[in-house]
Design a protein around this ligand. Structure first.
Ligand code: ADP
Ligand code: ASP
Ligand code: MG
Length: 402
């Protein structure tokens, strides 16, 4: 892909585009950038809660809709916002053109509802930029090699944005959302959460994978691989946000932040003759289905395998396990994970001790614990998690002073 000069890529999330007035405000912001002399690509999400409403609509018609048709339906949301934004920009006297994911050359694999981007062939985007137009791209969607429309998983517009920034080697990649940046915890749940000036790719990937919905985890994975600095900021203010960047540019901290994931389920099988083999087979199936496992515990002595995965996929995985002959499954949809993330975690076992003590004071019992070099994740029952997260934030010394 030829590099566009002074190219800025801006992504606006659903709440930033929730009403016609907000779409006009976004149009003004985009035009301001264009007036500075930049080339501009804008990636949009669907307006407000449109995607949720489309999803509910599907469920009314069919409890288990075919995933291809779900993709046809859900991609309609971004088509509405992209065309409206293009119209609003034209009203301001600037030339704009909107493209679907397919028209923009976002090529994905064939995994409907959770496709991965495999190539970006954005020739039409490049042509229109060359003509001086502002190009608006529908986020969250692509096209598979067999010309089917796909979606990238909930929150996937961030991934469209970062993939385009990588493909064009953009000068700046900006994600505008409804909070001021990335915080030490979800600021809607933890009012004392602090905004981070910067966070490393590894830490952000871990936070996002463990539930921090501010960025789609796959967008962070692409940013890390292609060294794209991602600027996350509020679309409602001019305050500086957070930059997701390489580790060497960041002040060291033992703990960068905490997060929870309430949208997980656990599936457990006991009494297995060969749990190692069973887990290999299950992981093979998950890989084929494109479903990430959040946590896996295998105990050979107990003949036990426990897997934590996104709740929306547990039906599919349970039936796959059934087809592998793994029966007597215990499914729990009332679980959650709590994760602590930070580059200094591996060197400080006392942090794990403090986390467990804090959760216990909040009345939570760990069902399973796992650690990576930079994170600690605890599986627990879902009730009381929000309160526990607030206490944990405070106990780990992360609260802002005010
Ligand atoms: P958008 O529609 O702009 O993509 P999202 O709802 O997907 O917005 O992401 C923004 C939300 O992410 C915030 O409203 C906030 O509640 C949530 N969030 C979760 N964890 C964090 C965090 N650590 N920092 C900032 N926001 C977070
Ligand atoms: N509109 C899609 C969703 O709600 C994609 C996104 O917002 O990033 O998941
Ligand atoms: Mg989002």
């Amino acid at each position: 892909m030829r590099v566009a000069k002074n190219l800025v890529i801006q992504k606006f999330g659903g709440s930033s585009l929730a009403t016609p007035e907000r779409i006009k405000q976004v149009a003004s912001r985009v035009v301001r950038e264009k007036r500075k002399g930049s080339d501009v690509i804008v990636v949009v999400s669907a307006m407000g809660d449109t995607t949720d409403r489309l999803f509910q609509l599907a469920k009314v018609v069919s409890p288990n809709p075919p995933r291809r048709e779900l993709d046809m339906l859900l991609t309609a949301g971004e088509r509405i916002s992209m065309s409206l934004l293009s119209m609003a920009i034209s009203e301001l006297g600037y030339e704009a053109i909107s493209f679907t994911g397919s028209q923009s050359g976002i090529v994905t694999d064939t995994a409907h509802t959770r496709a991965r981007i495999i190539d970006v062939r954005a020739f039409r985007v490049q042509d229109e930029l060359n003509k001086g137009k502002i190009v608006i791209v529908a986020g969250f969607q692509g096209v598979s090699p067999n010309k089917e429309v796909t979606t990238l998983g909930r929150g996937g517009s961030d991934t469209t944005c970062v993939a385009l920034a990588a493909a064009f080697n953009a000068a700046r990649c900006e994600i505008f959302t409804d909070v001021g940046g990335v915080y030490t915890a979800d600021p809607r749940l933890v009012p004392k959460a602090k905004k981070l000036e910067a966070i490393s790719y590894d830490e952000m990937l871990e936070l996002a994978f463990c539930g921090a919905g501010v960025l789609h985890w796959r967008s962070v994975d692409i940013a890390r691989r292609f060294k794209v600095d991602v600027h996350v900021q509020s679309s409602f203010s001019k305050e500086p946000g957070t930059v997701v960047t390489a580790k060497e540019n960041i002040e060291r901290a033992e703990i960068r932040g905490i997060t929870q994931d309430l949208n997980v389920a656990s599936i457990e099988a006991r009494g297995l003759d060969d749990p190692m083999r069973a887990s290999e087979e299950i992981l093979g199936k998950l890989e084929a289905l494109g479903i990430p496992a959040k946590l896996i515990i295998v105990s050979s002595e107990e003949g036990r395998v426990l897997i934590v995965l996104p709740e929306e996929h547990f039906d599919e995985v349970a039936s796959e396990m059934d087809s592998l002959g793994i029966s007597n499954l215990r499914v729990d949809t009332e679980v959650a994970t709590i994760s602590v993330v930070g580059n200094g975690l591996c060197a400080r076992p006392r942090i794990a001790k403090e986390v467990l003590a804090s959760l216990s004071r909040s009345g939570l019992k760990p069902l399973a614990i796992s650690t990576s070099g930079i994170s600690l994740t605890v599986l627990t029952k879902r009730d009381r998690v929000v309160n526990a997260i607030r206490n944990l934030h405070s106990d780990l010394g992360l609260d802002s002073p005010s």
